[in-house]
Design a protein around this ligand. Structure first.
Ligand code: PEP
Length: 254
């Protein structure tokens, strides 16, 4: 059985006080209402990690994640945050290769491969994002592009390392747009990713890797998306900023 995961990507939103309020609300709602065993991850802005870590305390249900990391461990890289820094703060997850990093910061598949290596070396779980822009989907080249992204950023890993990675398929045209992929579109691409992993690492390894869907997941579409065979949860942006909505999404795992 693959681990089910619901991860919230808060992006560059909320003051520290607002972040603390949201965390308190979530802790209360999750404790009272969530009965499934899904892992819940809050990917919050870097400066909030220590405070929210303290706030969560020993809460077994919710873990923190960073939204990015440097490929370097230490040194003269002004403005960067390294994985050993995250690891020393006991942050267990890090998003790598979000489409906004690809689009606005020019991050390449090759750079993401180095970030994935850095994360795994420090014992963090990378949530590796892949997904196609609208023009690529319209040309019918989405499978080819996503294959390239996965191959170029992950396929240098040995089987025991890729087994520790979480993949998030996030069609760029569905991120923050209110347009969600249909359950069929999501399942089709997740199955493509699973087959690709199986072709390189064997079915056993492929079957153990969680593949999350991301792109305008909401309380009212989560159930249908999460019921797809190869969809193992979600990476949620906008809807993770509202405690009630995010809780309903977590509950939709079933
Ligand atoms: C995301 O940022 O990863 C995302 C999926 O955003 P949204 O849910 O707002 O589309």
């Amino acid at each position: 059985m693959r681990t089910k995961i619901v991860a919230g990507n808060w992006k560059m939103n909320k003051t520290l006080a607002e972040a603390q309020t949201l965390t308190t609300e979530l802790m209360t709602l999750v404790e009272a209402e969530v009965t499934n065993a899904a892992a819940i991850v809050l990917c919050v802005p870097f400066p909030y990690l220590p405070t929210l870590q303290q706030q969560l305390g020993t809460n077994a249900r919710m873990k923190l994640g960073a939204q990015n990391c440097s490929e370097h461990e230490w040194g003269a890289y002004t403005g960067e945050v390294s994985v050993p820094m995250l690891s020393a703060m006991h942050v267990p997850y890090v998003i790598i290769g979000h489409s906004e990093r690809r689009q606005y910061f020019g991050e390449t598949n090759a750079l993401m491969a180095k970030k994935v290596d850095a994360a795994l070396k420090a014992g963090l779980t990378p949530i590796f994002c892949c997904g196609e822009p609208l023009d690529v989907r319209e040309k019918g080249e989405h499978e080819t592009l996503v294959r390239e992204q996965v191959e170029q950023s992950l396929f240098h890993l040995p089987a025991d390392a890729i087994a520790k990675v979480v993949i998030a398929y996030e069609p760029v045209w569905a991120i923050g747009t209110g347009k969600t992929a249909t359950a069929r579109q999501a399942q089709d691409m997740h199955a493509v990713i699973r087959r690709l992993l199986a072709s390189r690492y064997g079915q056993n390894v492929a079957d153990g890797i969680p593949v999350l869907y991301g792109g305008s997941v909401k309380a009212d579409n989560a159930k249908e998306l999460f019921s797809c065979e190869d969809v193992d949860g979600g990476l949620v942006g906008g809807a993770s900023l509202k405690a009630r909505e995010f809780t309903e999404i977590i509950k939709a795992i079933g």
